[in-house]
Design a protein around this ligand. Structure first.
Ligand code: AMP
Ligand code: ZN
Ligand code: FE
Ligand code: FE
Length: 273
């Protein structure tokens, strides 16, 4: 049976692996298809497609951040036309915002007696799309925390004292960007959305799928999201949200999504055109 993992980060955002290493690992784990879904960057897509050749299917993807009812949500875009000029310009703007934000986070950390310079963070983001996971790794390296999760809980998570938001689109804007480049907008890790009834608002905004299969979802949660997807006639996707070694284990392949879900994604995309 063909299986897919549709949520993977490379070292072009906050994963640690190069696209070629991800491809090799995906093949080793018996996957037939993966989607590279880096935060605000498409730079991994061409190298991954090249490394994969005919041995692995790569679905072009992206993960955008939006702000919804005061909380951060992530919207995945699948099968995007990642060469669209306006889209690339928007991503370039996001990259600038990400870089500036690191100084703000470092300032706040200094006040909390964690002496981290932006350069210490950029060392972990040599290929681009710098983010909070890179800050977490710098904090870990300097011994201020014992794990990257601790960094989020104590400092840089949404409730942390050194949290700095970045430019966030509304869900509608993120969804529109994905639709503009002929992609399928999907709500990532829906368990993080505290109130499930909010999904109906996202459906109104144009969300087309739910990431029901996710490592942190219990069997019960997965079934619940599948039911919600059926209720609103949404697609179902799944992925490991692998960040390489950045989160202490290689999650790639933890989700083995039956390929029929990928086919449904593709059919939905054909209907968009
Ligand atoms: P950013 O896009 O810079 O705001 O960073 C968001 C990323 O940080 C997420 O995609 C995760 O990779 C990571 N992240 C967010 N919250 C946590 C957490 N509590 N523990 C570990 N990683 C997290
Ligand atoms: Zn990430
Ligand atoms: Fe995410
Ligand atoms: Fe992710």
């Amino acid at each position: 049976m063909k299986v897919a993992d549709l949520h993977v980060h490379s070292h072009f955002s906050d994963g640690t692996l190069a696209p070629s290493a991800i491809v090799a690992e995906a093949i080793r784990k018996g996957l037939s298809c993966i989607s590279l879904t880096d935060h605000d960057t498409i730079d991994a897509l061409d190298p991954a497609i090249e490394a994969a050749g005919k041995d692995l299917e790569i679905l072009p993807g992206i993960e955008l951040t939006a702000e919804f009812q005061g909380q951060e949500i992530h919207i995945l875009g699948y099968l995007i036309d990642y060469r669209n000029d306006a889209f690339l310009k928007m991503l370039a703007m996001m990259q600038e915002v990400r870089v500036k934000r690191i100084s703000g986070i470092c300032e706040k950390l200094k006040k909390l007696k964690c002496l981290i310079e932006p350069e210490d963070v950029f060392k972990f983001a040599v290929y681009g799309s710098v983010g909070r996971l890179h800050v977490a790794r710098a904090l870990l390296q300097k011994g201020y925390v014992g794990s990257t999760s601790e960094a989020f809980v104590r400092f840089i998570g949404e409730k942390g004292a050194a949290y700095v938001g970045k430019f966030k689109m509304t869900p509608q804007e993120a969804i529109n960007w994905i639709l503009k480049v002929k992609g399928i907008p999907v709500l990532a890790h829906p368990h993080l959305l505290g109130d499930k009834t909010l999904i109906s608002d996202l459906v109104k905004a144009g969300i087309m799928g739910l990431e029901a299969f996710y490592p942190e979802h219990s069997e019960y949660q997965t079934q619940e999201f599948i039911k919600i997807a059926q209720k609103y006639d949404l697609l179902v996707t799944g992925g490991s949200d692998c960040h390489g070694y950045a989160k202490e284990e290689i999650k790639l392949g933890l989700i083995k999504l039956p390929y029929e879900y990928v086919e449904k994604l593709k059919e939905a995309q054909c209907r968009l055109k």
